[in-house]
Design a protein around this ligand. Structure first.
Ligand code: SAM
Length: 239
């Protein structure tokens, strides 16, 4: 099964492809001081809900990069009222982006496309203008396991702030998904994949989709719900 097809199925009903709600994401407009004339780069933009909202209200120049053409079809569907958005269907690693070229660099739920969070932050710091804003949304450790298991767990929010700060940016705001937000996101995936499987019993990927859906659902119930959270870190690059 092509993983891009799996995610197109799992996320077919949602436009915000991370656990944060629209109300909380709107806070980023203030935290990033979004205004006319800013250049915004969105790595792993998916359907680019946030950048599209900004481009409705402000004359920004936005660039989105995503490997999944199906998500970009949604991102491109409607021209925004004020901003101009360009989308590239490509892998972010190796994609040419000029040094210190963007005022705001977003990476929401896509750091894995560049490696671990420090790799993503290094890449983001390189392409962010001095004084610009880097926004990383990622998994964080909420409660360490009582008995350590084999899973590789992410840093907690304090640890992640240290990682952002070591990459030359001061963390000026954080926004976190609640347990209910994350449950809604995981349930969307589970519901959409089970519905698709009922509608497509003869599809060659039927068994593989159900297998991955169950694995992800149980990972959410066993590991994410008790131990992990999801937080957006807003970092202001020095200079
Ligand atoms: C969890 S989704 C987040 C989407 C969007 N940033 C949001 O928060 O709504 C992760 C996104 O990263 C994209 N992606 C995965 N690997 C990638 C890569 N190597 N290069 C670019 N995008 C990638 C996926 O297609 C997907 O759209």
């Amino acid at each position: 099964m092509d993983p891009l097809n799996y995610w197109a199925i799992a996320e077919r009903d949602i436009e915000i492809q991370n656990p944060i709600t629209d109300r909380k994401l709107r806070l980023l407009s203030d935290y990033c001081d979004i205004r006319d004339g800013l250049s915004v780069l969105d790595i792993g933009c998916g359907k680019a809900w946030l950048m599209r909202q900004w481009a409705e209200q402000h004359a920004i120049e936005g660039v989105g990069i995503d490997i999944n053409a199906r998500f970009l079809e949604v991102a491109r569907r409607k021209s925004p009222a004020k901003g101009r958005l360009t989308f590239h269907n490509a892998a972010v690693k190796g994609f040419p982006v000029a040094v210190e070229s963007h005022d705001v660099v977003l990476c929401l739920g896509a750091s894995f496309a560049l490696g671990e969070p420090p790799d993503a932050l290094e890449w983001m710091a390189r392409v962010t203008k001095p004084g610009g804003t880097m926004v990383l949304g990622d998994m964080v450790l909420k409660h360490p396991p009582a008995v350590p298991k084999g899973d590789i767990l992410p840093p907690d929010t304090v640890g992640m702030m240290g990682v952002v700060e070591r990459h030359g940016a001061e963390v000026s705001a954080t926004i976190s998904a609640s347990e209910a937000d994350f449950e809604r996101y995981a349930s969307h995936h589970r519901h959409a994949t089970l519905t698709w499987a009922r509608e497509n019993p003869d599809h060659p990927d039927h068994a593989a989709v159900l297998r991955k859906s169950r694995e992800d659902w149980m990972y959410y119930q066993r590991t994410i719900r008790p131990m992990l959270g999801w937080t957006i870190f807003v970092g202001r690059k020095k200079g």
